[in-house]
Design a protein around this ligand. Structure first.
Ligand SMILES: Cc1ncc(COP(=O)(O)OP(=O)(O)O)c(N)n1
Ligand code: TZP
Ligand code: MG
Length: 202
């Protein structure tokens, strides 16, 4: 069970490091560092600074998109999308032990996943979201359930999710629920994460 998974938001009021630590203190077990504009060097420095503190809090750090950064900092995980490269080649580069997440936005993408490469799937967006302006058409909860049922991999739901959604995501069969703005844009990200974790565990 993955549980609550937080992705950092460089456009939110609080610094990314504060968001990540607050989410981990609030109970998120996976924290993804996502910044479309940071240099690899800045991303690696941010990751190196965060990893020991996150580990102490029982959380793992996942790098978004940047295979090289994930390798250099020996991150716990890497998350890539459909357009971010061949998962088999990415698995070869990161080695057998690092978590590898892959985004899926429809059932048709499932049969193209190379066997024994991916650790989990990020399925969504469930709803439309301003956090990712280039997102695929929203799935809704019914199609989420159908994708999860057909996946054959542990799935986390993502996109437009917030308080009140955990029960529907769990009943769709997902093993985790992923948030950006529900945590990053809260006035108290740690407290917001606690509420989301309590809902997930209820
Ligand atoms: C857990 C999780 N699921 C999906 C995504 C989206 O990844 P991607 O499609 O590569 O889009 P970007 O995040 O790179 O804009 C994700 N990051 N995390
Ligand atoms: C990165 C990503 N991939 C699909 S939707 C999304 C953003 C989700 O952000 P929010 O939780 O604020 O809707
Ligand atoms: Mg990507």
């Amino acid at each position: 069970m993955i549980g609550v998974y937080f992705i950092t938001d460089p456009d939110a009021p609080q610094p990314v490091a504060d968001q990540a630590l607050a989410a981990a203190r609030g109970g998120a077990r996976l924290i993804q560092l996502r910044d479309k504009h940071a240099s690899d060097q800045d991303m690696a420095a941010q990751a190196r600074a965060l990893m020991p503190a996150l580990e102490k809090l029982g959380a793992k750090l996942v790098i978004n998109d940047r295979v090289e950064v994930a390798c250099v900092v020996k991150a716990h995980g890497l998350h890539v999308g459909q357009g971010d490269g061949d998962p088999r080649e990415i698995r070869r580069r990161i080695g057998p032990d690092m978590l590898l997440g892959l985004s899926v936005d429809c059932k048709a993408q499932l049969c193209r996943i190379p066997r024994a490469t991916v650790s989990y799937l990020g399925v969504g967006p469930v709803r439309a979201t301003a956090t990712k302006p280039d997102h695929a058409p929203p799935l809704g909860f019914e199609r989420l359930e159908r994708v999860v049922a057909a996946a054959g991999y542990p799935c986390v739901a993502i996109g437009g999710l917030g308080q009140g959604d955990a029960a529907a995501v769990r009943s769709a069969g997902a093993v985790g629920i992923c948030f950006v703005s529900a945590i990053s844009r809260s006035s108290d990200p740690e407290a917001a994460t606690r509420v989301l974790c309590a809902e997930w565990s209820a």
